[in-house]
Design a protein around this ligand. Structure first.
Ligand SMILES: Nc1ncnc2c1ncn2[C@@H]1O[C@H](COP(=O)(O)OP(=O)(O)OP(=O)(O)O)[C@@H](O)[C@H]1O
Ligand SMILES: [Mg+2]
Length: 454
């Protein structure tokens, strides 16, 4: 610490000498005043370290409120609050202690001696973020954030305050990060820095090769992580290419609820497992995917409440073929469909429509291909279906590390429920036709005998 004109000078931050691409970013932001910034940098390139350095320097230049946001609270803790930089120092140690007035470990805030407040938190928490004031924002690993964090929460706030934002992230397939990148790529108000490992050489090529050879990652995934490619194949995704196409064609955007049309829902039902529901409005040949919901381990009544809370007027609820089994609420003698119909009958507003059962695909791949064939007619309301859309793009083939390739069949994981529900758009199509062409002959499906305990 030195002293100038009897004022203490605190050097911020301590012990950081930027790499060339970090230097270039700091020059653009600090000297040339760029306020909309994307750091599309490979893994280990130093995204978080330089973002943190930039944020604290800005927080000293101008007293204000600053946010460093990670996709989840766990990540905020891991990378920031408990994270180390090389040499065993904590990230936090880059701030000299004499520059900190107070650290609040419950709220995860740091107050600097000049009065600036820095939030280092994770996740999209609409309650916490309502009415925020902000002068600067880092969105770390933006590809894994909820897109509304920018579009709805911070973009208007920073525009009003004249503040700045840095998106730092590797790609994660064709999602909202890809959209942002594509939309602003040629916009002179944005500074976009693309840094690939083949140029920096930070991670030795032998290490990446070893990861691929051991089956820990695929070649495509390595291209995504280290060469910053927005690849679909990186994930073995069944729908990723079509989601990318939908984005390119503007079919992911604002396609929200039209109160003059009914809503159909498409379900994947789980008892102990997850349940996913897509809310869809048919508009001529178009399917507007206006909403998405998922939860797990809840009773059918909970989902009924969700339907009511949404306030939509419903037409059909497309249940999967196992809706004719008694596997949700095993203490009941009724099938899921019958229970659902009983709940519908309770609703005094009579806005709940009725249930239909979708066909069972002979093989899953038939449902996948059938759904792919309809994809051009899907329009997604991004703000409300982002989570479902993300799950769809992550619905993928099983990765076979030994063969270093993908199996034909899907991997059953946290993303497959959203995809199964979604594929009922295809599997339920005949049911709608039947229903319309032959209304008076509609009969509930026969209920097969099942083992209650399977
Ligand atoms: N200028 C630098 N000088 C020395 N080490 C650095 C520098 N920049 C980053 N590092 C070190 O490189 C490692 C990766 O940095 P950081 O976590 O910021 O990168 P990242 O791009 O966010 O990585 P990841 O993609 O894994 O999240 C850290 O150990 C960090 O301390
Ligand atoms: Mg990082």
């Amino acid at each position: 610490m030195e002293s100038i004109n009897n004022k203490k000078v605190i050097e911020v931050p301590t012990g950081f000498s930027p790499r060339p691409h970090q230097q270039e970013f700091l020059k653009k932001a600090e000297t040339e005043g760029a306020k909309r910034i994307i750091l599309l940098w490979h893994r280990r390139a130093g995204k978080d370290l330089v973002s943190w350095v930039y944020l604290i320097r800005q927080a000293f230049r101008k007293t204000g409120v600053y946010y460093y946001l990670f996709p989840t609270t766990e990540l905020a803790k891991k990378v920031f609050w408990n994270g180390m930089v090389d040499g065993g120092r904590r990230v936090l140690d880059l701030l000299p202690t004499e520059s900190i007035k107070k650290i609040n470990k419950v709220e995860h805030t740091i107050e600097l001696v000049n009065g600036s407040i820095i939030y280092v938190i994770g996740g999209y928490d609409p309650d916490k973020l309502r009415g925020v004031v902000a002068h600067g924002l880092i969105l770390s690993e933006y590809a894994w954030h909820e897109p509304v964090i920018w579009s709805t929460v911070f973009s208007p706030v920073l525009t009003a305050s004249g503040g700045w934002v840095v998106f730092n992230s590797t790609p994660d397939g064709p999602n909202h990060y890809y959209d942002l990148y594509k939309n602003v790529r040629n916009n002179p108000n944005w500074y976009i820095s693309e840094v690939r490992n083949s140029v920096t050489g930070i991670v030795p090529q032998e290490d990446i090769k070893a990861l691929i050879e051991s089956g820990e990652t695929s070649e495509e995934k390595a291209a995504q992580e280290y060469e910053c490619q927005f690849l679909v194949r990186a994930t073995g995704s069944f729908f990723g290419d079509l989601i990318q196409k939908a984005r390119d064609e503007g079919r992911v955007g604002k396609y929200d609820y039209n109160p003059n049309k009914p809503v159909d829902t498409y379900w994947d039902l789980g008892g102990r497992d997850d349940t996913s529901v897509w809310f869809v409005q048919k508009d001529g040949a178009r399917y507007n995917l206006i909403d998405y919901f998922e939860d797990s381990g809840k009773s059918l009544r909970n989902y009924y409440d969700v339907l009511l809370d949404k306030g939509y007027t419903y037409r059909y609820h497309f249940l999967p073929h196992d809706g004719t089994r008694r596997n949700i609420g095993i203490d009941s003698l009724l099938t899921t469909q019958q229970m659902f119909e009983e709940l519908i009958a309770e609703d005094p507003t009579k806005r709940l429509g009725k249930t239909l059962i979708c066909a069972k695909p002979h093989r899953k791949i038939h449902a996948i291909n059938g759904t792919r064939g309809m994809f051009h007619s899907f329009y997604f309301n991004e703000a409300t279906v982002a989570k479902g859309l993300k799950r769809l793009s992550l619905y993928r083939r099983k990765y076979l590390p030994q063969q270093k390739s993908f199996a034909a069949e899907p991997s059953h994981d946290e993303n497959s429920h959203a995809a199964d529900a979604f594929m009922n758009l295809f599997l339920g199509r005949d049911e709608i036709d039947l229903e319309w062409s032959n209304m008076e002959y509609y009969k509930p499906k026969k209920v097969p005998d099942v083992n209650l305990w399977d």
